[in-house]
Design a protein around this ligand. Structure first.
Ligand code: GCU
Length: 407
């Protein structure tokens, strides 16, 4: 008898807990700390003073101008040194991940008369579901254990099994293969192979070199019969996210760029100056090898930059851009990241896409805005690339690529 009363009581309690959770006020990101006023350069205002009103004008006049400004003053220019590439599948396992995927490991070798360099691309393509599969290419800026081809070590930084289960090919390369992440005067990595001496003030830095490496992986991916070469997303976290954005700006073959917690020099507006975030001078002093030499002229002079980071996102339009923040990652300036995603909208509109919408509010913590061409989310926690971040990006990709027949 007592049990009969007890069970309905428990059920009522559970239901009221669910309702309470649903009705709990959403946690919002705190308002901005005090900061000096700033004026952003306008994405659709060409340097000659004209206003861009069509996609054609954007593509022929303003986009090339902006791309050059980013090369000249921020990331640097790829050298014109000739080199040769060979691509070789060095390992293939059609029954990887317990039969769920085919593994391919590919060595890309770059050679000049002087010397050569090898980078390793790891690729899992799903054995189930529609083929060729859209792909996610991770710029891995953490240890090799995060992209273990044997899958004996697994990490949420590259949740390859989950991606494959959603019908995506999962690819990754280690950034240190292209350029070790230390300031050695640009002698090692691809710089040792291709740089000319003396280096020009707009010669590429390490981020641009990693971005170049991502494009070389795409050279291979577009030849793989199981990968949809027109649906490859380049994704990176933090310094890898800065890289992903620049890779997609430089290489129009990337269908999507995903920058997780990329912050300063990535998706965060440089002109927002406040204590606790990374600034242009801090990043240039801590990582003197990441950008081109010219960028250092803007230490403490962000307002004089001819560009700001919303323009980097705009360079990728009408292709898709997804960015994400973590609530606790003030160093990356979450609100500055959100704002630059909203401010790339005018260029998406030239292509009939609404971006994140007209004057959107910053989403509550734990929520995502899946827009037309643009995505932004913010989650609880610290600076990291988590499974939850990946799920949000996969959701956006499902929507963007209208993936109805996914497994
Ligand atoms: C440092 C750096 C950031 C960078 C981050 C990372 O915190 O200041 O700019 O994004 O490292 O790559 O994890």
């Amino acid at each position: 008898m007592r049990l009969f009363i007890f069970i309905p009581c428990l059920m009522a309690l559970a239901a009221s807990l669910v309702t309470a959770a649903e009705n709990a006020p959403k946690k919002v990101f705190p308002p901005d700390p005090p900061m000096p006023e700033y004026t952003l350069p306008e994405v659709l205002k060409a340097r000659a003073g004209t206003t861009i009103t069509t996609a054609k004008e954007w593509e022929t006049a303003r986009r090339p101008e902006l791309l050059e400004l980013f090369r000249q003053h921020v990331y640097g220019r790829v050298p014109a040194t000739p080199y040769q590439t060979t691509m070789r599948v060095v390992n293939e396992n059609p029954r990887a991940m317990g039969g769920a995927a085919t593994l391919r490991e590919i060595d890309l070798t770059f050679s000049t008369a002087k010397t050569s360099l090898v980078m390793r691309l790891t690729l899992f393509v799903p054995n189930q579901g529609p083929k060729p599969a859209p792909a996610f290419l991770l710029v891995c800026n953490r240890g090799l254990t995060n992209i273990d081809p044997t899958r004996q070590q697994r990490s949420d930084f590259w949740p390859a099994e989950e991606g494959v289960a959603r019908g995506y090919a999962m690819a990754a390369f280690y950034n240190g293969d292209i350029d070790p992440d230390r300031h050695d005067g640009f002698t090692n990595g691809i710089h040792g192979l291709l740089d000319v001496s003396p280096r020009a003030p707009d010669a590429w830095g390490t981020l641009a070199a990693w971005a170049w490496g991502a494009s070389r992986c795409l050279d291979y991916l577009t030849t793989d019969k199981d990968v949809a070469g027109d649906k490859v997303a380049v994704i990176g976290h933090s310094r890898g996210g800065k890289t992903a954005l620049w890779a997609a700006a430089e290489d129009p073959r990337f269908a999507m760029a995903i920058a997780n917690d990329s912050g300063c020099g990535g998706d965060a507006l440089s002109r927002r100056i406040f204590k606790g975030r990374e600034s242009v001078s801090i990043i240039n002093k801590s990582f003197p090898h990441w950008f081109c030499e010219n960028f250092k002229a803007f230490n403490e002079r962000e307002q004089d930059l001819p560009v700001d980071q919303h323009m980097l996102l705009a360079l990728i339009a009408p292709r898709a851009v997804a960015t994400g923040s973590a609530e606790g990652d003030i160093w990356a300036d979450p609100r500055g990241q959100f704002l630059s995603a909203t401010l790339a909208r005018p260029v998406y509109q030239l292509y009939g896409k609404g971006g994140l919408g007209k004057e959107p509010a910053m989403p509550a913590i734990g929520e995502a805005l899946h827009g037309e061409g643009l995505h932004y989310h913010i989650r609880e926690g610290k600076h990291n690339l988590t499974l939850g971040d990946w799920q949000s990006y996969w959701d956006f990709a499902d929507q963007t690529w209208q993936r109805k027949n996914k497994p």
